[in-house]
Design a protein around this ligand. Structure first.
Ligand SMILES: Cc1cc2nc3c(=O)[nH]c(=O)nc-3n(C[C@H](O)[C@H](O)[C@H](O)COP(=O)(O)OP(=O)(O)OC[C@H]3O[C@@H](n4cnc5c(N)ncnc54)[C@H](O)[C@@H]3O)c2cc1C
Length: 560
């Protein structure tokens, strides 16, 4: 057994098993053997649903589902959240910034005091650094660590207090969409209290769930319920998403590994600043599969979090998460400025938890529902940029828009496919980021300059930093705006025309042509938001959604 294998086997929370499981899924993604079953169908037969007794919305998946659930319950809707496991956030912080977090307060989900309570760490400034380049520092970007455990606990309490119903240890099994409602089959796992018969949306139903705890053995394992709207918040690997996306391979994958660890004072980074993105070396791998490693580091409440990540496609020869972890083990101490043999350095660190994940992204995003009465929210929707693994932060950005949109859809009975898909519209500012993802990854068989990605990124970020905070900050917060992007591109092209001429053939004409279309759309959305976006929309559902699409699609929600 290598030192790495020994270290891996000793990681807390049985991380080695979890990693092997995640690698199993990654292998299925690469080989297109991810299990898939028909969980969603549509019929023209009416359900004959009793609207008074049915739920207004059932949200499957509680992690981010509870955030939207609370927002909707506070607007007076009868909402059921169904969670396969126990609804509890992980211990590892989500990194975000106050700009995004303030949405929780402005929507009335948290009081300012409750938000402060959930904030586990805060630090400034944060650094951007590419191997061989300069250090760039920014303030107030990804500089707050929020405790998912605390956040979800308070949201859950408030959701229940506001009349929302939560069924934990209950899995979504299947959905049949009828013209007048959705029939859902749920599966009770373990010892969840059973659903009381009838009155599903009412406070009585909540009591009946609590009361029936004692005779939970008497109910069948499967349960059928009815709802006006079905909200899929089951994450990237939602069974509904798998069915809808079908055989399509993800267009990009971000693979992430890392730890949260503690060392002796001064021994493990200077734990009061963060790296938003950094590189410490050239492109690595081989001709079949080359890739660039990126790093992030954050102070956390229980130590220092360091992530190593890379952007790849889903081709067969890509590395496993375990291979990435082995490289992380070798390289992390040096990245954090620790000198010496990695084996000894790791022995001087206490690993609180191992972190890993894979984030598939699709150019066809946000995902449109194929039928009426269905909407995707959170990771399942693919609404975050392919560069980011900040799905929580992405949801917060869109939460006011989604809450208003779903509220209007329920109020005006606009639950048809066309109307609901207007709540997850095309966003040019998301689509333009695909070219950045491609310029930060290497196609199989390509042999670019090993330092090519570092040189490019150092140049682009250097120009953005010179152009000022109004240019660089939205970009770093995953909000690409037309004026800022145009300035950054022009400055880079003038500063280094040679680099641009090298990059163009590497990216290829088809990718550039597609990108140009999104870039021009970004410009058009910018103009539309500045002009028609200001029209009074009153109760006009369609105009409201178009205006939201222009605002968010152009990134002009950033300062609003
Ligand atoms: C290593 C790592 C670091 C991250 N760091 C950050 C960060 O710093 N900042 C940030 O903003 N984000 C971060 N994220 C991303 C963030 O965790 C996700 O975006 C967020 O968890 C997405 O929530 P979700 O509810 O959409 O999906 P998920 O987290 O996948 O949750 C889906 C939920 O659905 C439930 N579910 C699944 N199937 C069923 C079913 N059949 N029936 C009922 N329930 C079901 C699951 O149990 C789960 O609770 C990180 C993720 C990882 C892995």
């Amino acid at each position: 057994m290598s030192n790495f294998e020994t270290w891996l086997a000793a990681l807390p929370n049985n991380a080695a098993t979890g990693l092997a499981r995640a690698d199993g899924v990654w292998e299925q993604v690469r080989s297109q053997t991810l299990p898939r079953r028909e969980v969603l169908d549509e019929t023209v037969t009416a359900l004959g649903m009793d609207v008074e007794a049915a739920w207004d919305g059932v949200i499957a998946g509680g992690t981010l589902g509870i955030v939207l659930g609370l927002a909707l319950v506070q607007r007076g809707w009868r909402i059921l959240v169904v969670e396969r496991g126990a609804l509890q956030g992980r211990s590892q912080e989500w990194n975000s910034s106050r700009l995004e977090l303030r949405e929780l307060v402005s929507l009335g989900l948290l009081t300012p005091a409750e938000l402060e309570e959930a904030i586990a760490s805060e630090y400034n400034p944060v650094r951007i650094k590419f191997d061989g380049g300069k250090d760039y520092w920014v303030r107030d970007v990804l500089n707050v660590g929020i405790s998912p455990a605390k956040l979800l606990s308070v949201l859950k309490k408030k959701f229940l207090a506001a009349g929302g119903i939560l069924w934990e240890k209950t899995a979504f099994e299947s959905a049949t969409v009828h013209p007048d409602g959705v029939s859902l089959i749920l599966k009770k796992l373990g010892s969840r209290a059973p659903v009381g018969a009838g009155g599903q949306g009412s406070a009585d139903a909540y009591r009946s769930i609590g009361d029936s705890d004692k005779n939970s053995d008497e109910v069948s394992q499967f349960e059928q319920i009815q709802t006006r709207l079905f909200i899929d918040a089951m994450g990237h690997f939602s069974p509904v998403v798998r069915q809808v996306r079908g055989e399509t391979k993800p267009d990009g994958i971000c693979l992430v590994v890392g730890t949260c660890a503690v060392g002796n004072e001064g021994e493990f980074g200077k734990n009061d600043t963060a790296d938003l993105i950094a590189t410490t070396g050239p492109i690595t791998g081989n001709k079949k599969s080359a890739y660039q490693y990126f790093w992030e580091a954050f102070p956390a409440s229980s130590g220092r979090t360091t992530y190593m990540f890379t952007y790849v496609d889903a081709s067969r020869d890509r590395p496993t998460l375990k291979q990435l972890f082995a490289d992380y083990y070798d390289q992390m101490p040096a990245y954090q400025g620790l000198e010496g043999n990695p084996d000894e350095l790791w022995r001087s660190l206490e690993v609180k938890r191992a972190l890993f994940g894979m984030f598939p992204s699709y150019k066809n995003s946000p995902l449109s529902a194929p039928c009426d009465r269905l909407i995707f929210v959170g990771d399942s929707s693919g609404c975050q940029s392919p560069l980011s693994f900040g799905g929580f932060a992405a949801l917060l950005r869109h939460l006011p828009r989604l809450t208003d949109g779903i509220h209007s859809a329920l109020t005006s009975e606009k639950l048809d496919k066309k109307s609901l898909n207007e709540l997850q519209p095309y966003q040019p500012n998301l689509s333009v980021t695909w070219l950045f993802q491609q310029s930060m990854s290497v196609k199989p068989g390509d042999t670019p300059n090993p330092q090519g990605i570092n040189i490019l990124l150092d140049r682009v970020f250097g120009e953005m930093a010179i152009a000022g905070e109004s240019i660089i900050k939205p970009f770093l917060q995953d909000v690409v705006q037309f004026p800022a992007l145009s300035v950054a591109l022009m400055r880079t092209a003038f500063a280094d025309p040679l680099m641009v001429t090298i990059l163009v053939p590497r990216l290829g004409l088809p990718a550039l042509t597609t990108w140009m279309r999104h870039y021009l759309s970004l410009g058009a959305y910018d103009v539309l938001d500045r002009t028609l976006g200001q029209l009074k929309s009153d109760d006009n559902f369609r105009l409201q959604q178009w205006q939201a699409a222009w605002r968010y699609g152009s990134g002009r929600d950033y300062h609003s």
